[in-house]
Design a protein around this ligand. Structure first.
Ligand SMILES: [Zn+2]
Length: 139
């Protein structure tokens, strides 16, 4: 039997209901979303490995649309270093002028490791160097 979860609040829900009884999320509309939009929602999945995979797939697929959500994550005060590491790498892989802007924003992160990683990625993007590969075990 498949267990269903609300893609917004991640509480367990019943199948075939239109609205989440926990948070009021419109599930009927969610079904209409594209694969890309569903992946963007998964960036808020409570299980870190799921969030990491979603970010990785969005990066690999050059998802310009995901950049707005990545920006929100950077501005949200997110402190999970491993998640931020994957998010920044995904941003660096997406070909958009906004990518560099977001990496520069990450250079102001309170975490030194995040700042250093952002600088490394900016260096790769600006100088046209290969973007580092995904870390082992981020998935
Ligand atoms: Zn919900």
């Amino acid at each position: 039997m498949i267990t269903f979860y609300c893609p917004n609040c991640w509480n367990r829900i019943e199948e075939n209901i239109d609205t989440c009884p926990f948070c009021g999320f419109n599930l009927a509309d969610f079904i209409q979303l594209t694969y890309e939009e569903k992946l963007i929602q998964s960036l808020h999945h409570p299980v870190p490995s799921r969030r990491n995979i979603a970010a990785q797939v969005l990066g690999n697929n050059n998802s310009i649309k995901a950049l707005d959500e990545f920006e929100k994550i950077l501005l949200s005060g997110e402190t999970d270093y491993f998640f931020l590491r994957v998010v920044l790498l995904a941003i660096a892989k997406i070909k958009s002028t906004k990518s560099l802007e977001l990496l520069k924003l990450a250079e102001t992160n309170p975490n030194t490791l995040v700042r250093e990683w952002a600088s490394t990625l900016i260096d790769s993007v600006v100088n046209g160097l290969p973007i580092p590969e995904w870390d082992r075990g981020t998935g």
